[in-house]
Design a protein around this ligand. Structure first.
Ligand SMILES: *[C@@H]1O[C@H](CO)[C@@H](O)[C@H](O)[C@H]1NC(C)=O
Ligand SMILES: *[C@@H]1O[C@H](CO)[C@@H](O)[C@H](O)[C@H]1NC(C)=O
Ligand SMILES: *[C@@H]1O[C@H](CO)[C@@H](O)[C@H](O)[C@H]1NC(C)=O
Ligand SMILES: *[C@@H]1O[C@H](CO)[C@@H](O)[C@H](O)[C@H]1NC(C)=O
Ligand SMILES: *[C@@H]1O[C@H](CO)[C@@H](O)[C@H](O)[C@H]1NC(C)=O
Ligand SMILES: *[C@@H]1O[C@H](CO)[C@@H](O)[C@H](O)[C@H]1NC(C)=O
Ligand SMILES: *[C@@H]1O[C@H](CO)[C@@H](O)[C@H](O)[C@H]1NC(C)=O
Ligand SMILES: *[C@@H]1O[C@H](CO)[C@@H](O)[C@H](O)[C@H]1NC(C)=O
Ligand SMILES: *[C@@H]1O[C@H](CO)[C@@H](O)[C@H](O)[C@H]1NC(C)=O
Ligand SMILES: *[C@@H]1O[C@H](CO)[C@@H](O)[C@H](O)[C@H]1NC(C)=O
Ligand SMILES: *[C@@H]1O[C@H](CO)[C@@H](O)[C@H](O)[C@H]1NC(C)=O
Ligand SMILES: CC(=O)N[C@H]1CO[C@H](CO)[C@@H](O)[C@@H]1O
Length: 636
């Protein structure tokens, strides 16, 4: 099974990318607002001098010392953020601020909040952006009654996968910028989705690149990595292309590394949540990525997994070094620059590689096509849909148990390929003690590209194998997808895991926030190769309405119910009686175990709020999809 089949399964959608165009203007590297361009030689991984204590692979039994010490600082920042959040989000007449103050001496009693942003291409980027905007106290009007501004500032972790990882990259590599700034209409907006990613940046922008130079840049970067002796694949080109669209830097931010996030003062001071990018591992000698595939995370310090298959982490900055048995042999150099930020988000979204192959079907001039075809013909075709991590940092590591120990390279793929299209894996690790996960699902599971709970089902089922691949993770029970549709659990936020006595161990409460049409048909095909600013903004606004239930117009108690979800586990730890309003909220939003597994009719929701004029009619959407599917199938 190759890309086309995987695409339709995993992305939920017929995956589709949409296009984006050039990044914005930018100035020089000095003093600008973003992460750090600290790669030693652009895209080329390069030997650097090793730190005094040589890097090693660390067991996943505990959190890293980096994370543990960072958490102390972060918890000091989430406390005032929560007090501010509960300034406009009230929970009946319960004195939340007093409660938080009373327990502030022991931060493990306070709520520990995580956010998960699903995959689903540019649709997921935009719908996820709407939710992030709603959760961000810096957004206009977000900290008023009925809104949810401040949840982002209260969060400890925020995870993204595939399209959700592009969103994370846009925010974190650009110095924790705001959605307001990313979506501006001013010249120089970072998100200009009017041009296809295939075509490249707008010549009118400050990138000053025509398509030919764009491809030349992509090719030169990847070629440099290859000439330095590192295996490359289509993902390297894909990641470079994404960087032009997501990062606010000239030259597609070629020197920005993911690990540099950990070196920025604001992150070190705990001023914003920890970003986590998820990708899957393809098992040795397998082409299909199944539910028992290894799930990797990229956090600001490390790459690795809690799964028993590897159970280890490598310092992200030194990924690319030739580790053996967990150590870096004396005769091996420390390599830096492998963790190019574009490559990280490209890895999380390898399913979209295929869209690069569409170049032949575009109207771009032949000479550009030939530049691309030259690059393409150099690549190993069996690796079209993977990212190659060669050398394998976990070579000879955990030899007794690791099926990867003898692999000289790791095959890493799109984080949604195992159907877990929500990046919940890092957030359900017992060591992280997350209390509540706001899970923003932009998957396209149904015929008309709405989510139907598939990603939650996949994570739940995986957790049931707790002595195997689940490795001690616990996830609340969720029903089958037919029940999701029949009970409307995918049309409105639903809570899972409210009753802790029904869990097999500590697990977070999951606040499932499925994409749904409030004011706009945000179920655009992942095949759509460009989106104008109007449609982009409509989808972002719809995402804002989804997360806030129309600023609590659909349920005047909604923001209070979110407050109850945040506090629920903490209340339990401190033996605090739930305020009445929380009982009412949980009656309304918690799945109570009812199932109806009858096969439903097509799920075709109509607007929850008034239609904002510009939405596409269904027939238009469908014809686009059919036409695109034909195109895609013809070359996969
Ligand atoms: C990042 O943003 C913060 C807050 O807006 C600002 O104080 C800081 O100077 C910025 N850092 C860089 C490197 O631009
Ligand atoms: C992470 O921790 C290690 C050792 O505990 C330290 O050497 C390293 O500098 C830390 N990394 C960052 C980016 O703070
Ligand atoms: C991009 O960088 C410019 C120059 O530093 C800055 O003015 C602008 O706000 C940045 N855009 C975003 C989305 O952060
Ligand atoms: C994963 O499952 C497949 C079949 O479903 C099996 O062939 C494979 O050995 C399993 N891999 C691991 C690492 O358990
Ligand atoms: C595009 O067309 C050229 C010439 O027909 C062909 O050689 C090349 O393989 C095609 N490229 C792709 C990615 O299909
Ligand atoms: C739910 O989504 C899956 C794909 O993710 C699909 O195979 C299934 O038919 C859908 N079921 C319903 C009831 O929508
Ligand atoms: C549980 O996981 C183990 C190891 O990953 C695997 O061998 C086994 O088949 C799995 N069991 C089920 C029921 O999936
Ligand atoms: C919700 O708030 C946003 C941001 O202030 C606003 O643009 C939108 O129109 C509001 N929607 C409703 C239904 O009130
Ligand atoms: C459980 O929820 C369903 C609707 O999803 C409702 O019809 C039923 O009455 C509820 N049962 C209980 C015991 O609350
Ligand atoms: C409680 O857990 C069982 C399985 O462990 C599950 O079947 C049931 O649906 C769960 N009930 C709720 C309300 O989560
Ligand atoms: C179960 O769902 C089916 C299909 O949507 C519906 O026709 C039926 O009335 C539901 N059954 C119950 C008991 O609600
Ligand atoms: C809780 C649990 O089962 N943890 C296991 C995860 O996998 C590693 C490596 O196989 C084991 O050592 C842990 O005991």
């Amino acid at each position: 099974m190759k890309a086309s089949a995987l695409l339709s399964i995993a992305l939920g959608v017929l995956p589709g990318a949409i296009a984006v165009s050039g990044v914005s203007p930018d100035i020089t590297y000095a003093g600008v607002q973003r992460a750090l361009p600290d790669a030693p030689d652009g895209y080329k991984p390069t030997a650097v001098s090793c730190p005094a204590s040589r890097p090693t692979i660390r067991s996943a039994a505990k959190l890293s010392p980096n994370e543990t010490s960072w958490l102390k600082g972060r918890r000091e920042k989430t406390l005032p953020a929560m007090k501010e959040f509960f300034g406009h989000v009230n929970v009946g007449d319960f004195d939340v601020v007093g409660y938080l103050d009373k327990h502030s001496g022991n931060s493990s009693n306070l709520p520990n909040v995580g956010i998960a942003l699903s995959g689903g291409g540019y649709r997921a980027l935009m719908n996820g952006a709407g939710a992030v905007k709603a959760f961000d106290s810096r957004s206009f009007n977000a900290s008023t009654a009925g809104h949810l501004g401040g949840l982002l500032q209260s969060a400890t972790y925020i995870a993204g996968l595939s399209g959700g990882s592009w969103l994370l990259g846009s925010i974190f590599i650009n110095n924790f910028t705001t959605i307001d700034k990313l979506q501006t209409h001013k010249a120089g907006a970072v998100w200009q989705f009017g041009n296809s990613i295939i075509k490249g940046p707008d010549t009118g922008g400050i990138q000053l690149l025509d398509s030919a130079s764009y491809y030349k840049d992509l090719a030169e970067a990847v070629d440099a990595k290859k000439k330095a002796g590192f295996e490359t694949s289509l993902t390297d080109i894909w990641g470079r292309a994404l960087a032009y669209q997501m990062f606010n830097a000239t030259g597609g931010g070629i020197s920005y590394t993911w690990s540099s996030i950990a070196d920025t003062a604001d992150f070190q001071d705990g001023n914003y949540p920890m970003p986590l990018v998820v990708a899957d591992g393809r098992n040795p000698d397998e082409l299909v990525v199944g539910s028992n595939s290894t799930v990797y995370e990229f956090n600001p310090w490390e790459f690795g997994t809690f799964d028993p298959t590897i159970f280890g982490f490598v310092p992200l900055k030194y990924l690319g070094s030739r580790f053996e048995g967990g150590l870096l042999p004396k005769n091996e150099s420390c390599i830096a620059g492998f963790d190019s930020a574009g490559f990280v988000i490209g890895t999380s979204s390898t399913l979209f590689n295929q869209f690069l192959l569409q170049i032949n079907t575009t109207t771009l001039p032949d000479f550009i096509k030939s530049v691309f075809n030259n690059i393409f013909s150099e690549l190993d075709k069996s690796q079209d849909d993977i990212a190659v991590y060669d050398p394998n940092p976990f070579y000879q590591y955990n030899k007794e148990s690791s099926p990867y120990a003898d692999q000289t390279a790791l095959d890493v793929v799109d984080g949604g390929e195992d159907l877990q299209n929500l990046p919940l894996h890092p957030l359900i690790q017992p060591e992280r003690h997350v209390d509540v996960i706001f899970a923003v699902d932009s998957s396209a599971d149904t015929t008309y590209f709405w989510p139907n709970g598939t990603s939650l089902v996949a994570t739940y089922e995986r957790s049931l194998n707790s002595t195997g691949i689940g490795n001690g993770t616990v996830f609340p029970a969720v029903p089958d997808q037919n029940t999701f549709v029949n009970l409307g659990l995918n049309t409105r936020p639903t809570f899972f895991g409210c009753d802790t006595s029904n869990l097999t161990g500590p697990a977070p409460l999951v606040v499932y926030i499925p994409n749904a049409p409030y004011t706009f048909h945000s179920n655009v095909s992942t095949f759509q190769l460009s989106t104008d600013d109007q449609q982009r903004d409509n989808i972002i606004l719809n995402g804002y309405e989804v997360a806030t239930m129309g600023n609590s117009t659909l349920d005047a108690d909604w923001s209070s119910c979110v407050g109850c979800a945040v506090l629920s586990r903490s209340f339990e730890r401190t033996g605090t009686t739930l305020p009445d309003i929380c009982n009412r909220c949980f009656d309304r939003y918690c799945w109570n175990g009812t199932v109806n597994s009858t096969t439903p009719h097509n799920y075709e929701p109509s607007f929850f709020l008034a239609d904002s004029a510009a939405s596409a009619s269904l027939p238009t959407v469908l014809s686009t999809i059919v036409a695109s599917a034909v195109t895609i199938l013809s070359f996969v």
